[in-house]
Write a protein that binds this ligand. Sequence first.
Ligand code: ADP
Ligand code: ZN
Length: 760
Amino acid sequence: MSTVPTRIELPRPIAPLTYLAPIGLAKGIRVLIKVRGGQTWGAVLGIDENPPEVKLKPIESVLDPFPLLPPGLLSLLDFAATYYGCGLAHLMALCIPNAVQADWGLVLPDGRRLSDLRDSGDWMALSEIGDSWHRGKIDLPTLLHRRNLRGAGLTEVRLTGAQHPLKITQTQAKVLNSLKSSGGVKLESDLLRETTVSNSVLAGLERHGLIERTKRVDLLSQKREDLLHRQVTLNEEQCKVMSSVDLCHFGTHMLFGVTGSGKTEIYLELAERVMTTGKRVLWLVPEIGLTPRLLARLEARFPGKVAVGHAGLNTTEKQADVVRLLMNSAQLFVGVRSAVLAPLRDIGLIVVDEEQESSYKSDEHPRINARDMAIKRAQIEDCPVVLGSATPSLESWYAATTGRYKLHRLTQRPAGSNLPMVQVVDLRECYRQARKRVLFSPILLHSMEDVLARGEQSMILLNRRGFENFWFCMACGRTLDCPNCDISLTYHKGAWRLRCHLCGHESVPPEICPNCSAQHLRGAGEGTEQVEDLLQNYFPGAKILRLDRDTTSRRGTLEAALLAAEHGEVDILVGTQMLAKGHTFPKLTLVGVLNADLGLRISDFRSAERTFHLLTQVAGRAGRVEKPGRVILQTYCPEHPAIVHAVAQNFEGFTESELPYRKAFSYPPFASLVLFRSEGDDVVSARKPLEELRHRLGEFPGIKILGPLSAPISRVKNRYWQQLIIKSQNRAELSRILQEISLERASLVQMDRDPMNFGV
Ligand code: ADP
Ligand code: ZN
């Protein structure tokens, strides 16, 4: 069989390699190769026109008969690879688990096997089969292995819709009929009980591709009483939005409206219209564990058609998910960031809920931003994308108000309920009156007392976990810092440990100062653990629930705790910002923010924006259902625009005060940023590659270079971190420059395009 030098890319940060591969392999096909004694998979990029002049090794085998990822998704990956400076294979690894492999034994309708075509080198024919499969022209129900997809948990059995052969056994027919009678889906346990067949019957049907078994770990299986679908009649505003979204063509729509203004109803309605045309819907949410209500609404509206991508899935579960999507059995896929790369075909609508959330941006390589990729994907699929938010990111807002996106406003709250009353407490004033630092102002404590007496809930937020933020010695002034990192250790009283929140270093709190041996160690900077302690003292009878990363690190604990709180089993909720999002607590009528300006002290050009978002979101938690709510914001700088506008719940006011700063200092949305990071054993070695980079970048006009500088936390786990930032007002030009300097993949410098996080 004839072979050609072919560029193969590994899912690792190294340059593509050249191997001999059969002629005609399409880009995106996975092959197995030997590298330094080991075997690994790589993605075919194409023929190498200038192969290195050495004896080339042949590939071991071809894994896929044709690219398994839909063509639209492959184009998206291509774009993302260039834009974020990573490899195609690296991105493919996020879309399709290793273990998902095609079955070469598959018999085609004309009687040939896939392996026959492979063995005769007819990659052209295979490629055409792949095309037809992706376009839904032919059905290949047994293409993908579904073996080993079982484990603990609920297993669901579905009809695949494949035609069954003429001869099936009576027991097999019994199973198929039972499934048919319940809409094609059933829990395995129910099915086995009803039909009294043995497990091997199911296994047989599965081998023939007539049924599939998937494990349901998603939250949809937690059926809840309020799951029944209520059809609402859209109001005039909502109808106007519906009629101005063109479902047949690409367009970026910004849906701007406060929480409760009916955005989700619009997404649902749009999704329904798209699904009736046979197309599919991709629905992105910032965090799945915080949205059980949304999942319940989706499942109620579209029973059996929804699949959930859960970040916490294990490999088998992920694999099952991907197989389901590739086999077209879900019409609506809802998931977090990585779902934007889900192998869903024929997309007719993409929804990005809470588009401003920073969790859409990956903080590890490849550092994609799912919101931006959603827009690109919609463009490739030629379908609308809807970005929704009560507090859009300034980037999106700017695009929406300057006409790049289409802006739709929702100004009412169809289900009633008023925005809560927000009150500011000036902590400087409290200090003057009490002559000491105040954590709980008298007005906050009194309000909490009232709320408790009425049997309602209050929520207290402080964006800092642990008991005390740091310890220091009053004799020598030193703080107790992490030996490996450039930050102080946090005191956790319950665990009786000083902990580093970056590297996890732990030590028993010393009695005396390790520096001067004085017995004058003191803690400062209250965290949520201390707040819980203090509240328990103030309100001894109250049931208090603390939610932060220390109390919810185990999978599922957060969801369970939030459910308990939702059902009113808790009097006071204490926590970090994770409490601000997603949930509705019917009995919650008071929200207290202990230190509203904590986030403003972080030196990041987005700190005002983040503070504004957080505070408005927090305020939205209070009094969402029956009772009017109240919010108390304690702050040392009540005159800061982020706080002033959050108090007034005035997003546009905030943008008007913030955008001029962004413009004056050339920050997004007025400029595009790239952050380069590099690490080393010491400052000098960390800085060196960035200095070289700076030198090369100096040749290009029109960009601003800052650095190299120490990262905000300059040492983590004994590695030193340096940064270089470039700014440009021309995104396309910036892409060109980045292509031209084309960083070595294995380089010590990491590139972060459109960075959201300037830490490490
Ligand atoms: P958002 O997504 O903006 O927070 P939702 O779509 O969740 O808003 O709507 C908030 C509440 O109002 C929901 O309970 C929803 O069912 C209800 N709702 C939305 N639109 C209407 C409508 N036109 N008529 C009646 N109730 C509505
Ligand atoms: Zn550390």
